[in-house]
Design a protein around this ligand. Structure first.
Ligand SMILES: C[S@@+](CC[C@H](N)C(=O)[O-])C[C@H]1O[C@@H](n2cnc3c(N)ncnc32)[C@H](O)[C@@H]1O
Length: 307
């Protein structure tokens, strides 16, 4: 366990944690929060690279394989693409992590640039692309600086599952996406639903709203000695990270304010990982059992286009 860059003041939220580390509202300089997040993701990259969940060797061995995340997203995305395919299109993958989804997109014929601010994640991503024989460009920068750092406009901007909770400025995020897209370009977004972050799993027989839905200016401090995959948690030396949660309306409005046209907004009953103890596996995904499955959305998808 590492020492957080500030002394967080514990608040009323989730004193026992949600099984994924202690969560507190804190005051912290954003630069210090981002630095902590980078070192936390650098550590997580090492665990993920060796995990069965990401299964890098399996991806390398089968040149037709795509990650579960991309298998989920592809049919939804391609319905909005000219020609119904990624083949020949330029794509930027924001927050690409260790590059499994990025490689999967490249395998659909797209010319892909992956963006992330974790050096260790991009090291793994570059090695994965090299071993898989894929020509993928990787750019290391904060997601809100990607339009400048990538230096070209593209047909598709893609980001999925584990995204804006590490972005402090949604206005800058949405403007970055608009700046990256050519006219006619398509933005695809999927992530956990903001309602999910309001729930607690302290009582395994119930699902209750315990946390705030509206994010405001609140920074959440999380101390988590593990990660969302199998693997060796002792590799995670930097256990502290910081998140900002956004209401659905804040995310949608940021894209509209950036001049994008909303084309699809969908809510889902499944999620790619077990976020609450009450969730049960369903195929490659996780769901809440009845009666909660019909009461609480777990994920949402947005597609927006640039005129
Ligand atoms: C959950 S992972 C990406 C999700 C992807 N679906 C996956 O599983 O590989 C989140 C990634 O976001 C990156 N990240 C976090 N904050 C960022 C920021 N402000 N700018 C750029 N990348 C960031 C982390 O380094 C990490 O690689």
């Amino acid at each position: 366990m590492t020492t957080p860059p500030t002394s967080p003041e514990p608040c009323s939220v989730d004193p026992a944690g949600r099984g994924f580390g202690l969560i507190h509202e804190v005051q912290i300089e954003h630069a210090a929060a981002f630095a902590a997040n980078r070192t936390n993701w650098d550590d997580r990259a090492k665990v993920h690279a060796a995990s069965q969940t990401y299964d890098l060797e399996g991806l390398i061995a089968d040149p037709h394989r795509v990650s579960d995340v991309v298998a989920h997203d592809l049919p939804v995305l391609t319905a909005y693409l000219p020609g119904g395919s990624l083949d020949g299109l330029d794509l930027v993958h924001l927050q690409c992590h260790i590059g499994t989804d990025t490689l999967s997109m490249a395998r659909q014929g797209a010319r892909v640039t992956g963006v992330d601010n974790s050096t260790a994640s991009l090291d793994v991503a570059r090695e994965l692309a090299g071993r898989a024989g894929a020509d993928i460009r990787y750019v290391e920068c904060d997601v809100t600086e990607a339009a400048t750092a990538v230096e070209e406009q593209v047909d598709v901007v893609y980001t999925s599952i584990g995204t804006i909770c590490w972005v402090r400025d949604l206005t800058a995020w949405a403007r970055t996406i608009a700046g990256l897209l050519r006219p006619g370009g398509v933005f695809y977004f999927r992530d956990s639903h903001p309602m999910l972050a309001t729930l607690d799993d302290l009582d395994p027989t119930d699902v209750r709203v315990l946390h705030r839905y509206f994010g405001g200016d609140v920074t959440l401090h999380i101390d988590n000695e593990g990660t969302c995959t199998d693997g060796d948690p002792s590799l995670i030396e930097h256990t502290h990270s910081y998140e900002w949660h956004y209401a659905m309306s804040e995310t949608v409005q940021s894209l509209l304010d950036a001049g994008l046209r909303l084309r699809l907004m969908a809510e889902g009953r499944t999620l790619d990982w077990q976020a609450l103890a009450q969730m049960v596996p369903e195929g490659a995904d996780w769901v809440l059992p009845a009666p909660w499955a019909d009461r609480v959305p777990l994920s949402y998808t947005l597609i927006a286009t640039k005129d």
